[in-house]
Design a binder for this molecule. Sequence first.
Ligand SMILES: Cc1cc2nc3c(=O)[nH]c(=O)nc-3n(C[C@H](O)[C@H](O)[C@H](O)COP(=O)(O)OP(=O)(O)OC[C@H]3O[C@@H](n4cnc5c(N)ncnc54)[C@H](O)[C@@H]3O)c2cc1C
Length: 420
Amino acid sequence: MRKVTKVAVIGGGASGMCAAIELMTHIADKSSVEVTVLEKMTRVGKKLLVTGNGRCNITNMNAVNSGYRGDVEFAKTALSRFTPESNIEFFNSLGLYTRTENEGRVYPLSNQASSVLDALRFECERLGVKFICDYRAVHLKEAVTAFSRKIVVNNRDRFDYVIVAAGGKAAKIHGTDGDSYELLKMLGHSVTPVAPALVSLNCSDFTKALKGIRSVCGVNLIIDGKTEYKNYGEIQFTDYGLSGIPIMQLSRFVSMSPSDNIQIHLDLAPDFSKEELRLYLLSRREKDTGLCENMLSGIINKQLCITIMKECGIAVNGRVNALSDEKINSLCERLKCWSIKVKNSRSFDFAQVTAGGVKCSEFDPETMESKFVSGVFCCGEALDVDGDCGGYNLQWAWSSGRTAGRSIAERINADNAQNK
Ligand SMILES: Cc1cc2nc3c(=O)[nH]c(=O)nc-3n(C[C@H](O)[C@H](O)[C@H](O)COP(=O)(O)OP(=O)(O)OC[C@H]3O[C@@H](n4cnc5c(N)ncnc54)[C@H](O)[C@@H]3O)c2cc1C
């Protein structure tokens, strides 16, 4: 009887669908393989629809040697095999074209995340990949007899190969709450500490009056008195603390840190050196420009200015020409370095990705196969690799998923050739 090799992909998200396509595309005899995507949610790829604010930041042209944390060395193999250019070609071959925007961010020409999901879904269907939705994998084991070796999902469904692509722990509303970790632990794998990443920060004693304000700032993260991370860009003030891309970028360092001595230092006038800012303030005083509350309205948000002035003990309805040198200096200092105490990062529910995950050193970076159980593979956010904002995480999902899919295809092709 003709052998059909059965492959399960646990998780119909970015990396899982990509792995299934890569696998089926590179199988010489497609009728010799059955690929089934087992998806917990009612539909595959739900998370993809919300990526990039509904536009899906598919990849980043700089995402090969920079922009990653966790086990970066492990990630380099897949990232340099399936580069951003290679993944763009992959999508082009599915009829999806892209545009590169600032800082190397790549989006679909349609500007719609749904077109990325459609491209993956339709290609899976065209290649005969089966989807089983509302299927939550909760158990994984290896079953070895004298005649066969299978990977068994949920003590019932038997496969020759299994790819664990069930994501991390971030944004559980989209199906991901850490099942990958539990499944792989059942096979003896370990998981490094996990924490929310690309998430906003809760800050102490935060003035709610600033809610909704956006301001371009220099941003320094200070942990136990040491600068851990520097960034620049538009931050958003919220009712609980700080958000915006520069804040999200540094959030993993906050959530991974055991310290409770964490501050964000904001430079509210990043286009001015401290001396230039001091001269600007002195010139405003000299010209006697009216009330203090309007003194800085030409360069920063008025409400922000009022908050900072109050912190410096300046009466906002006092006159600018009455400000002492001492008050001008203290205003200048605070505008260039406004220290905000950070309580913690927001929870996994609000995070875009997971820092930490399944220990990469227990997998082969060339294939994504487990070193403990042959035939079991892992890809995507489940592994201890996380990227910056800007397309880096999907790039990792595509590259690691394609590596796993291609490896299994090569293995099956070799087996088929041998058994001819
Ligand atoms: C709001 C938001 C915006 C984002 N925007 C971007 C962006 O623009 N660019 C970017 O690069 N990254 C972005 N990301 C991150 C990116 O979406 C993820 O890193 C990426 O989707 C991870 O791919 P994955 O395949 O590993 O996991 P996922 O895409 O999360 O897929 C995992 C799948 O597994 C399923 N699953 C989970 N457990 C089980 C189980 N036990 N059994 C069966 N199925 C299971 C889940 O339902 C899910 O469908 C964003 C994330 C969020 C939350």
